[in-house]
Design a protein around this ligand. Sequence first.
Ligand code: PA5
Length: 436
Amino acid sequence: MISLKINQDLQLKAMSSCNKEDALHLIRRDASGNDFLGWMDLPQAITEKEICKIQQVANRLRRLADMVIVVGIGGSYLGARAVISAIRGELNEDKPEVIYAGHQLSQDYMHALLQQMEQKDYAIIVISKSGTTTEPAVAFRLLKQHCETKYGKAGAKERVVCITDAKKGALKSLANNEGYDTFVIPDDIGGRYSVLTPVGLLPIAAAGCDIQQLVQGAVDMKIALSHLDDSNIALQYAAMRNYFLQQGKNIEVMASFDSRFYYFIEWWKQLYGESEGKEGKGLFPAGLLYTTDLHSMGQYMQEGQRLFFETFLSLKHSNHTCEVPYDEANLDGLNFLSGKTLDDINHEAEKATILAHEQGGVPTVKLEIEAMNEYHLGQLIYFFEYACGLSAYMLKVNPFNQPGVEAYKNNMFALLQKPGYEDKYEQIQAAIKNLL
Ligand code: PA5
């Protein structure tokens, strides 16, 4: 089970100052956003039959493709990327490789991807709950055309899978028209809480990861969090975050000594940033990877403005062992480390950093998982989702909407003269001229 290590004094202060009554809205399901709570029951609600269907389609894609392209943005791709990259690691040569598209608009990235698609056999999983988000929709138009040219309409039908709303949106109509396999994102689950729906599970299964274990980890975490008393680690984490915010620590830095957590931290940033950053409120979620970033941001963390607290996302055991060898000549002077594993050294580096940062005025807490596998990642996902709901309600914001995301979209649509936005074009152009 995940463990949360918070200094006892801090825990007492956080628990006594936090707004538990507001956090309870999550359990009572009686506050704004309560129509988006499907994720809370999800680990148990997802049936064996659904998991089997996801696995079957994933197996077909694995058989057909050397490369699976996952098209989506925000909550529609980050959860899958978090799990796949944590399980596979950076230097993997696992097949099929998983490539992402539609998470940005870089032309050269798309050009390079289209070139790779010439060389390799591929499958496409396109994910959009609304079915209308510009970035994945534009990417999918390009990829679909390539796929149909390369494999024909019938071939594309085998290789394209859509994950979208049950009834509405352009992607739904397109999938119906083309006869693509489709999975549904339930109405009551928002993008960033959707990892345990087909949104996350299909790409994760297509990458060869064990989705049953992922779901089982989430089930066990749900059970572990079922009593909202002071021993509940999600409540402790949420309370601590809000306590630090009240103390003027406006930034939470999620730091890890394992680079496989890079995209997991990206997922966490999106989950908390989009759920809490509204109405002028919310901690700014930032991420660092150590020891790499100790040689870049380490200086700031130690001695810069005291704006933040730090949560260490810590891994107890690596999956493999790597020992520092003995060297007779000892020219590098490292024989004092011989016989130690890289884990031994990394764990001491972590302790040393925690102490240094505490002494430098950065409060720290530690969240530890036993091992990097699907089961423990499933626990972590449910833990962070649950704690995020509690934390946002403590902050008195709706954790499940993201009204602010519309601002750039409206400007962009006006600038691109999307039908319906023509009358705003002049006004937005003039405003931009004043700025740039
Ligand atoms: O968490 C969210 O709701 C968002 O990040 C969405 O996932 C993101 O904007 C993509 O939306 P859609 O799935 O509708 O394309």
